[in-house]
Design a protein around this ligand. Structure first.
Ligand SMILES: NC(=O)N[C@@H](CC(=O)O)C(=O)O
Ligand SMILES: [Zn+2]
Ligand SMILES: [Zn+2]
Length: 429
């Protein structure tokens, strides 16, 4: 099978390439990257005026299977990923049963093999059942292929348990993805603590809830040497702590989510439950700090924290509805609109945070378009303007705060192993 991509602007952060090129894919691999390729091909994609980037990698996705198939399945989540331009997604273990042992890892992997149209890398839990008590059998899960460990959705509250988990991760050479939330400070909050929560009479979530654990885990990784990745940073001090951690040589990286650089707690005033997620939308200062952190390289990765919930669950009151929003299909338009168009990041810097940086954290040979490499490629129209419409989402869930938002940038094609798994025009007929 030969696929020829013509005249696209190839943006490949790992080599710094940013030029108009043709790319020939043969049998799932990149065969040529040249100014002009005249070879015959089974299919030709005209990528004129489009960006051609390494396939996007999302370190933080909730696929909900097993256990919560009414929200999402591995199949529908993978279709949502493909539509969002993602060729590799890491799925969090807060399923039912949790991904905390060999059998559940096996189940997710075999489901992904049968049903997923993108690469799915399971994340194993740190503790059994994400209970924060007994450690999971991390060793046996690593042997059959988890890419990281995390208790996402929860924090391992006991510092010694977290430290033991980190030591094992260090020995097994896998990263620890940390959801940062000190439960003793939480007090049942449902949105950011501040002027808006006061006005609305809602219980607030202090920034300290997050910052205390970010600081703790940086301290723990400094001691253990484990590869620590801080999930969904939402606070200004969180960005500073990450910057400090890096400055003292701690083995730490961090991610932010598009909603945390796009919205603030003012957007919660409508009490739309699609504005409810964890960590919560914060203040304008936090948003600015996140953008600065993205610009100066403190923040390595943009991840979606795609967290689908059924419409009946999101129809509850703001206080009772579950935390979380879908994100796979809005990440690229929000990145382009909020960061590139607003002058915060160059296209290269944006794409780096979706490709080579997450690949480095996972230590996988992806996120880089090079001759001989696996042909995972995303093709993006960066300038088209349109309104996001959740009705068109491939995800089973539609819980997005971005319905009707005017954005620029749209994924045109997603290619996995040299095969087109998403073609905007064909798949939206
Ligand atoms: N982010 C969320 O608001 N929710 C996530 C859990 C998590 O990522 O912490 C979920 O699983 O629904
Ligand atoms: Zn989380
Ligand atoms: Zn999450």
């Amino acid at each position: 099978m030969k696929l020829l991509i013509k005249s696209g602007r190839v943006i490949n952060p790992s080599t710094g390439l940013d030029e108009i090129k043709d790319i020939l894919l043969i049998d799932g691999l990149v065969a040529k990257i040249e100014d002009e390729i005249l070879d015959e091909a089974d299919k030709i994609i005209d990528a004129m005026d489009f960006w051609v980037t390494p396939g996007l990698i999302d370190l933080h996705v909730h696929l909900r299977e097993p256990g919560f198939e009414h929200k999402e399945t591995i199949e529908t989540g993978s279709r949502s990923a493909a539509k969002g331009g993602f060729t590799t997604i890491c799925c969090m273990p807060n399923t039912n049963p949790a991904i905390d042992c060999k059998d559940v890892v096996d189940f997710v992997k075999s489901r992904a093999r049968e049903k997923a149209i993108v690469n799915v890398l399971p994340i194993g839990s740190i503790t059994k059942g994400l209970k924060g008590e007994e450690l999971a059998n991390i060793d046996e899960m690593v042997k059959i292929g988890i890419c990281a460990i995390s208790d996402d959705g929860r924090t391992v509250q006991n510092s010694d348990s977290m430290r033991q988990g980190m030591k094992i991760a260090k020995d097994l050479n896998i990263p620890v993805f940390s959801h940062c939330e000190d439960e003793t400070l939480l007090c049942g909050g449902v949105m950011n603590s501040g002027a808006v929560s006061k006005e609305l009479g809602m219980d607030g979530i202090l920034s300290e809830v997050e910052n205390v654990i970010i600081a703790r885990d940086i301290v723990l990784t400094k001691g253990t040497g484990a590869k620590l990745h801080i999930c969904h940073i939402s606070t200004s001090l969180g960005v500073d702590l990450l910057r400090f951690g890096k400055s003292i040589g701690a083995n730490v990286t961090g991610e932010v989510c598009p909603h945390h650089f796009t919205l603030t707690d003012k957007d919660v005033s409508s009490l739309d439950t699609n504005m409810k997620m964890n960590p919560p939308l914060r203040g304008q200062d936090d948003v600015e700090a996140i953008k600065m952190g993205l610009k100066d390289g403190t923040i390595d990765v943009i991840a979606t924290d795609h967290a689908p919930h059924h419409k009946d669950e999101k129809s509850l009151s703001f206080s009772n509805a579950p935390f979380g929003i879908v994100g796979l299909e809005t990440a690229i338009p929000l990145g382009i609109t909020e960061l590139v168009k607003e002058g915060w990041l160059t296209p290269m810097e944006l794409i780096e945070k979706f490709t080579i940086n997450p690949a480095k954290i996972l230590d996988i040979d992806k996120g880089d378009i090079g001759v001989g490499k696996i042909a995972d490629i995303t093709i993006i129209n960066p300038s088209v303007e349109y309104k996001i419409d959740v009705k068109g989402f491939a995800s089973k869930s539609k819980n997005s705060p971005f319905h009707n938002r005017l954005v620029n940038g749209r994924v045109e094609y997603t290619i996995v192993n040299g095969e087109v798994v998403y073609d905007r025009i064909k798949d939206n007929k």
